[in-house]
Design a protein around this ligand. Structure first.
Ligand SMILES: [Fe+2]
Ligand SMILES: [Fe+2]
Length: 208
């Protein structure tokens, strides 16, 4: 066996649980793990908020069953995005707020509230703008992590791909509902509701 084990030790002392090599390595590459972590908390607060608010938006699309179905996919995938990234906050030595009010205050996107006049057109516009905020958010995370944090980068780019799907769905639906225009997304519902093909995480305690 070779005597040379170049990765056997580094800047973190053996047995030291106050530091994490998984964070120090980000710093060595020029990244700021604390800033990434706080950005992630804001981002997943927005995902959690969207999951909640989309529940109400979906309810109010009664009679437009295709709109409901698409909104359900987007809703469940936003929950998947929260679930995927929440463990990463802890790996980066952080925690989500104890108080859900504080968590929601931190959300990096406006709450997707039911519009005063809850027509399908108005609801679809709220949905569209929520997806656009998500695209901007995860693009910013991708940019922060591209060269220093491959684990967060991988999560963020997978979420971003699904958010871009979501925007395309609501561009298509709003174009037809409001303008009578065909503006295809090029794809439609998931195989299973909220499939999250790219962002489903490992279950916390998977028995099967
Ligand atoms: Fe999302
Ligand atoms: Fe989304």
């Amino acid at each position: 066996m070779s005597e040379q084990k170049p990765h056997a030790s580094g800047g973190v002392e053996p047995g030291d649980t106050t530091k994490r090599v998984g964070m120090e390595i980000i710093r060595e590459r020029g990244g700021d793990p604390e800033a990434i972590r706080e950005k992630l908390i804001d981002a997943i607060a927005a995902e959690f908020s969207t999951y909640y608010y989309y529940t109400n938006l979906r309810m109010h699309l009664a009679g437009n069953e295709d709109y409901k179905e698409i909104t359900e996919d987007a809703r469940l995938e936003d929950r998947a995005h929260f679930e995927l990234v929440a463990p990463r906050v802890y790996e980066l030595d952080g925690k989500i707020p104890v108080d859900i009010g504080e968590f929601m205050y931190r959300a990096s996107c406006p709450h997707a509230e039911l519009p005063e006049d809850p027509t399908a057109e108005n609801i679809l516009e709220v949905l569209l703008e929520a997806e656009r905020c998500a695209i901007r958010t995860w693009s910013a995370v991708v940019d922060m992590t591209r060269d220093c944090d491959p684990r967060t980068f991988d999560m963020a780019q997978r979420i971003l791909q699904e958010e871009i799907d979501h925007e395309a769905w609501f561009v298509e639906l709003l174009s037809m509902e409001r303008d009578g225009e065909v503006n295809p997304a090029g794809h439609f519902v998931r195989g299973e509701p909220g499939d999250a093909p790219l962002s489903t995480n490992n279950r916390f305690n998977e028995s099967a």
